[in-house]
Design a protein around this ligand. Structure first.
Ligand code: SAM
Length: 246
């Protein structure tokens, strides 16, 4: 199922074609991804990771699943939180992004599709996260049902994503930064201009925060809330796996 609104569905490919395009794109830019991420967010991505880690409620010894983990920046922050007794599994479908990921003793990186987590047990995790990944995934129902399936009852799902802000000031900033500067800067730094013109396109076509909350809720997560971060440029959604916390 493609969750994009009809009028924008034609701009980017959908379904398997979109997934293939996204995977190839991340394979190409993997070597420059971390640098570009830091430049693009002026280093604030580290702060936003901290917000995600805080929202999971994880503590020492916890188990976390980080989907679309890329080069593992959030994965390693989760790993710090759960400490040596804990465990974090990072899953991504781009071989090159995983190759660029720095290892950590309590982290396992695995090649896989976030919408079909073959070999990942049900109810195995205290928290499941996805940062800047949902926007790239056409089948959001499959993504969140896999998150719900792999969480234990009472476990927490957190989704961090870039959004189009509604305030006048942040919209103006967004228009200049993401629509004009990021594609040019990204093209220069990564050598792949198409990857960074895809970014604003994918944000434009992504579902609104209210709709994302509904999708999360209809896939087995409850008490779904979201907050706007950085003037509405980023949204953080959180939901709890249904059932008694064990
Ligand atoms: C913008 S990067 C985010 C990486 C990382 N989460 C971070 O915070 O830097 C998006 C990642 O999503 C991955 N991705 C997209 N669709 C996926 C899918 N269906 N399954 C697994 N990974 C996927 C891409 O390969 C890419 O590494």
């Amino acid at each position: 199922m493609d969750n994009a609104p009809k009028e924008t569905r034609d701009r980017l490919p959908s379904g398997a074609q979109r997934a293939g395009m996204v995977r190839e794109m991340f394979d190409r830019i993997a070597g420059r991804y971390d640098l570009m991420n830091t430049v693009m967010t002026a280093g604030l991505n580290r702060l936003w990771n901290k917000k995600v880690v805080g929202a999971t409620g994880l503590g020492p010894g916890g188990r976390a699943l980080d989907l679309a983990c890329g080069t593992g920046s959030l994965t390693r922050d989760l790993a710090k939180k759960v400490g040596p007794e804990g465990y974090v599994l990072g899953v991504d479908f781009s071989r090159e992004m995983l190759r660029a990921a720095r290892p950590a003793p309590n982290v396992e990186y695995r090649l896989g599709d976030a919408t079909d987590l073959e070999g990942v047990s049900s109810g195995a995790f205290d928290a499941a996260t996805i940062a800047y990944g949902a926007r790239n995934i056409p089948d959001l129902d499959a993504l969140f049902s896999e998150m719900a399936r792999t969480l234990r009852p009472g476990g927490v799902a957190v989704c961090l994503e870039i959004a189009r802000p509604e305030g006048r000031l942040s919209s103006a900033f967004y228009g200049v930064w993401f629509d004009r500067i990021v594609p040019r800067l990204g093209g220069l730094v990564s050598g792949d201009p198409s990857a960074y013109s895809y970014l604003p396109e994918s944000v434009k076509e992504f579902v609104a925060p209210r709709e994302l909350a509904d999708i999360i809720e209809r896939n087995g997560l409850q008490d779904v809330t979201w907050e706007c971060v950085a003037g509405g440029i980023i949204t953080l959604h959180r939901g709890i796996k249904r059932g008694d916390a064990g």
